[in-house]
Design a protein around this ligand. Structure first.
Ligand SMILES: [Zn+2]
Length: 271
C-alpha cells in the first residue's frame, strides 16, 4: 500500500506535468472511484479548471484548482498515477483518465479498486483530522510521546493510525519498530522516554530514506513515469517473513496485529 514516501514521490514526480495545465475532460472507466460529488458533477466540475498546485497531506494528494475547489486523491491499496500521452496505449487496470490540454493524460491505475477521488470546496473536512506530518520541523519526540501517552493499543496499530501521526502505514511502521527494537504488540505505557526518542528518529530517517529511493514497489506501486521505486531493497523486516534477520539471523516472523500483517524479529524485538 502506498504510504507517505510513495505518495510524496508521486506528488513530486507528477507535479511538473500538471501544474499550470487545464483539465479538458475526465473519462471514468469505473465510477466507484469517485466518492463525491456524483460522477456527473465530478466530471463537469473538473473540466476546464486549471491546476494551480499539488501537495501531500498524510497519504492524500490535494490538487488546488483555479475555481477554488480541491481534487483530493487517495491511492489506497493498489493505486498509481501514471502520466503519458493520451494517444498511447493506456496501462492496464485504468479506472479514470484526467485529460490535460497539452496532449498528456493522468491515468489512475488501480487493480483492486480501493482508490478514491473527491472534488470538494472544504478540504479540511477530508484532511482536517489527520495527525501531525512526521517530517515537518514542528513534529518533535515530545509531541509523539504526548500523543502516545493517551493511548492503550499495540504500537504497530498506533503508528498506522492516521489521526496519531499522518502518512505511516504497515511497511514503515514495521521498519521503525525494528530499528528501535520495539515489539509490535508492546503498549505505549511500556516504552521508556529513550525508546520514544529513538522511535521518533527512526520514523524520520526511514521515511526520508524511502523518499530518496522513490518509494517501495512491493505490490503494485509505480512512479508516474511507470518505473518502480527501490525503497523496499532497504527493508530489514517488512515483507521479509521467514527470511533471516539481517542483524541476528533469526527468521523474520509475521503476525497479524489489528488486521495488519506485521513483520518483526522475535530476538531483536523482545515482547
Ligand atoms: Zn534479529
Amino acid at each position: 500500500m502506498p504510504e507517505l514516501p510513495e505518495v510524496e514521490t508521486v506528488k513530486n514526480e507528477i507535479l511538473p506535468y500538471i501544474i499550470g495545465r487545464t483539465i479538458t475532460a475526465i473519462t471514468l472507466l469505473w465510477e466507484g472511484i469517485v466518492k463525491e460529488p456524483s460522477p456527473e458533477e465530478f466530471c463537469s466540475g473538473l473540466s476546464r479548471q486549471k491546476i494551480m498546485d499539488i501537495s501531500r497531506r498524510g497519504k492524500y494528494m490535494v490538487v488546488t484548482l483555479s475555481g477554488g475547489e480541491y481534487l483530493i486523491i487517495h491511492l489506497k491499496m493498489t493505486g498509481s498515477l501514471i502520466v503519458q500521452k493520451t494517444t498511447d496505449e493506456p496501462p492496464r487496470f485504468i479506472r479514470a483518465i484526467i485529460h490535460l490540454d497539452d496532449g498528456n493524460s493522468v491515468f489512475f491505475r488501480d487493480p483492486r479498486k480501493f482508490g478514491a477521488m473527491r472534488l470538494v470546496r472544504d478540504k479540511d473536512r477530508i484532511i482536517g483530522k489527520l495527525g501531525p506530518e512526521p517530517l515537518e520541523d514542528d513534529f518533535t519526540s515530545e509531541i509523539l510521546a504526548e500523543r502516545l501517552s493517551k493511548r492503550k493499543a499495540p504500537m504497530k496499530a498506533l503508528l498506522c493510525e492516521q489521526s496519531l501521526v499522518a502518512g505511516i502505514g504497515s511497511m514503515y511502521a514495521d521498519e521503525a519498530l525494528f530499528a528501535t527494537g520495539i515489539h509490535p504488540l508492546r503498549l505505549p505505557e511500556s516504552l521508556s522516554r529513550k525508546e520514544i526518542e529513538l522511535l521518533y528518529r527512526a520514523i524520520r530517517e526511514i521515511l526520508w530514506a524511502a523518499i530518496e529511493n522513490k518509494g517501495a514497489s512491493v505490490n503494485t506501486y509505480f512512479r508516474p513515469g511507470g518505473s518502480e521505486g527501490t525503497a523496499h531493497y532497504e527493508f530489514k523486516v517488512a515483507h521479509r517473513g521467514g527470511q533471516p534477520c539481517l542483524v541476528c539471523s533469526t527468521p523474520v516472523k509475521r503476525i497479524v496485529v489489528r488486521g495488519r500483517g506485521s513483520y518483526f524479529c522475535s530476538k531483536c524485538q523482545p515482547p
